[in-house]
Design a binder for this molecule. Sequence first.
Ligand code: GLU
Length: 471
Amino acid sequence: MTTSDSPVRSRFAPSPTGFLHLGGARTALFAWVYARHAKGKFILRIEDTDLERSTQEAVDAILHAMDWLGLDYDEGPFYQTKRFDRYQEVLQQMLKDGTAYYCYSTPEEVDAMREAAKAKGQKPRYDGTWRPEPGKTLPPIPEGRQPVVRFKNPQQGEVQWHDLFKGTITIKNEELDDLIIARPDGSPTYNFCVVVDDWDMGITQVIRGDDHVNNTPRQINIFKALNAPVPEYGHMPMILGPDGQKLSKRHGAVNVMDYHEQGYLAEAMINYLARLGWSHGDDEIFSRQQFVEWFDTKHLSKAAAQWDPKKLNWINAHYIRQLSDEQLQQAVAPRIAKRGGVTEHVNLPAVLNLFKDRAETLEQLADNAMLFCKPEYEVDSALYEQFITQESKTVLTHFLQKLEALDDWQAPAINAAIKETLQDLSIKMPALGIPVRVAVTGQKQTPSVDAVLALMGRDTVLERLQKASQA
Ligand code: GLU
């Protein structure tokens, strides 16, 4: 099937009231993968009808995060605020068809109806005063009062759908109130706009967070009233923190872009977020392409997912190791620059290679690489005093002579010089390793001395060792 033949059209419909959080990113990913697997279309819709809470910054943040994650869309972004005329058109049609009606009850009256129902031991609800029925006479319209528009929800029967994540869900219509679909000022309400949009955009799969499960039977009823094809629904179980509570800031960063900042790779995030809603046997590591190819609805998780930072780090470390020298350099160089590091005189790929097997994030890698990228050599005077002693100066002087004699400034040759020095002076490695590290790098701990010295460069090493041995 070619792209255009596939009937599948899924969408991501964020409300731009803040950054893209992990849950939203995971929802976007699953809506995206559904379309990509089926070679269908993925549509982005910005649900910005809440004018007070929606901001352009949030729109930009969402677009930026999707771009970083590589969640490309085929259509959109469509903005609900640009579609008010269309919502009005559908509202008018429903009023004409009798699937919606004007309701003049005030909020206070509706509250009183709810209280009355509760007092009778019934579910609090609007009592249907303004609901037209054959043979029913409606009350006289109160003067000067602006009505809301209510959807005429069926009173009998039930709504059922086969949820992609949760299995079959059935709700009795008698559980559902006549929903307000337009406010007194005529502005359409959320559930109504979503239905009109999903209908107009030809959406076949609605994948969203399970905080929307309660909206779904109402939305399905509106679809039916419009004689519109009802999409398939999938409500993703929420993400819990490591303590089993709903994932929140308490558990660490929840903004996807914070993970970018902290040095996580988009590919690692995709892999990890995919595993928070779907499985492929025991596979923990799979590429974006494999996810697209292997994706199926049979292995979607029914249960809430648990955020596991250790596992994310493990996956990120894997993807860091997979990067080519060039990719690694591109990813880490700006982070080094941010730290005030300079890389002109540094063999950066070699430096990064030295650390990459142990790095869980690009930030760690940049921290480590700074060993070679400090604009100026800084000695830690406390360390210097502690480790550059009379005794260690003798060691350094001896070692310096060996190094000065080397023609070949490579790790194996330096290693041989180390071994000879240890043997000549009958000392163990720490007696040489620590003072050399402190003298040359200003740090007590580094990767293996021979590799560090090789990368530091002959002139720098000899100069610093001379300085220390004469200190
Ligand atoms: N705008 C809603 C949200 O951000 C999503 C609605 C939907 O996907 O139907 O939670």
